[in-house]
Write a protein that binds this ligand. Sequence first.
Ligand code: MOS
Length: 711
Amino acid sequence: MSTTFIGQPVSRVDGRQKVTGRATYAAEFQVPNLAHAAVARSTIARGRISSIDTSAAERSRGVVAVLTHRNAPRLPYRAHKGAVDPVTGERLHVLQDGRVHHQGQPVALVVAETLEQAQHAATLVRVSYAAEPAKTDVSSTEPVLPTHEKTDQGAGTPPETRRGDPEAALRAAPTKVDQRYVIPRENHNPIELHATIAAWDGDKLTLWDKSQWVNNVAEEIAAVFGIDAKDVRVVSPFVGGAFGSALRTWPHVTLAALGARVARRPVKLMLSRREMYYGTGHRPYTDQRVALGATADGKLAAVVHDAWQETSTYEEYSESLLNATRFLHSCPNVYTRHRIARLSVHTPTYMRAPGESSGVFALECAMDELAIALRIDPVELRLRNEPQQDEFQKLPFSSRATREAYRLAGERFGWRRRNPVPGSMRDGRWLIGWGMASATYPMNFAPASARARLLPDGTAEVSTAASDMGPGTWTSMTQVAAEALGLPIERVRFSLGDTELPKAPVHGGSMTMASVGSAVQAACRKVRATALAGADGADMVEAMRRLDRPLEALEEVQPGEQGKGYSKHAFGAVFVEVAVDPDLGETRVRRIVGAYGAGRVVNPKLARSQCIGGMIGGIGMALMEHSVVDTRNGRVPNANLAEYAVPVHADAPPVMDVIFVAEEDPHLNPLGVKGLGEIAMVGVAPAIINAIHHATGKRIRELPAMPDKLL
Ligand code: MOS
């Protein structure tokens, strides 16, 4: 009987449930006496509601309640910030006053017997506005420094950092590049729409919710309603993708709970695809200047990375655009500045590898431009600037697989056969381009807990409140549990996604395996040791048979001394081949080879799947995704999957090779993992853009690289 499961390509334990439709998503729970809700939304970006007439909506068939700021219960909105909420500002207080802060803000909630009745009645709500001038044109705003020293630019990192004398070094450098890189707003677009079912039982509330963090939903909604978080149960066993859109608790969750309270029965609120462009966050528009100076032998002499991003008027959302710049390549003179532009928009949020995706895009495109200016191979340029340590934190890296990643991915790709001259490689009439970029993402580890129960029938139940938005947490946790328990995998039943289970951190920041996985391992090891201690040398199954009652262990892990004094990040390299149609400007990605040093890989099948997902996400970022904003009013005219293009099967390249650099790093966490979900996205878009330059000689500095930019 083999009980080695970590490192095995185990297929999804929830695969059968998913393909047979037995996996239940938030909107699918069957709750008796359910009413349906629909939202009426602001059609201006800023101002106040001057009048609101709900009489026609109230008279409409099937309507149970119509809530506006005039009649909605006043909610206490106690202070509460989850780890994913902006440090500065206050979340939108929904239906509490007549102020409008952004286009698409909820102004009324209709609860009716059926979904159709609710949706129809919502169209009958008549609203007049006293509009006020609104900043909705991101290109004409003046970015400012955040009001708060603490942003998520990194632990203790102010918005502006300087080492050495970057300005003088840049002036003196014999070779330099100095460019602006623009990434438009993007939306997450998971397949599953955001949805919440809310049901009150006296002062106790149950929420079936699409969420990456059930504990935070309970705490946030408890704070909003002024009740005890213990009285809020949140259930979210399956999540149909999220990419960050379900990290926070958005206003629609409050609306569902509010509707259920007033209607005195359970209420379901599911957002439409269009509503998700106004209510569940987006990757912010970013504008980044990167200036690099180098010596003639290709050593970086100066790095200036000056970036700003959009945020809302009511919260200062910031993301880590500059973190990687401070340590990815070696350089004595580095200046970074992070600013924000406050617009009358809904607050942006984290979207897959937030910060790193955008910041590393600018940096790695600039590195490619520098390599060309220096006439040095792009891989060679990076090798010449490999740092000995994290030069920002002045700490050694716990492990850093960049060299191995460049070598392994480069060999697999055949990089050595590249003719560096742009436009020199062809396949028939297609222009062929080869490009590459580096990737990095931090190892995150947060307190987490798990419970393991051994039963006399020789099976085990292991549980934690963590979510699984798709990477395969159900499966990988079952593997960790089975291995730590020393039981066959079929004997382990795992459960997650419920606040009644032991508390877990956010299912984000690529930290679930490091945190929750370590807790699962600890709980399972403990209960196994207890079982074996009283078993006089019997094996696990025999020891369990002798149990006269279930045996249980609850363990919590937290970052401790382990790894103190090290800079801990995953590193990787991405190589891409594109073909560009010279007449039509269309870019097809033909091959992507990525190599990643991400610590121990628990399940190579799922890990590869995650990396392929990141590669495809990177294709979307480089070539397609763009939430167009109407600068007059903040509307998003392409708020749908017909006009917001995302990659489909036909856009996925036939070759997506994923290589894991073997890495045993004792400084990380008990499981020795770094996380893969987000590094998989980093580096892909710049590698594609660098490949397009190699194919065509055209440098795209504003995403996405649509055909018009290549003609
Ligand atoms: Mo990720 S953006 O932390 O879901």
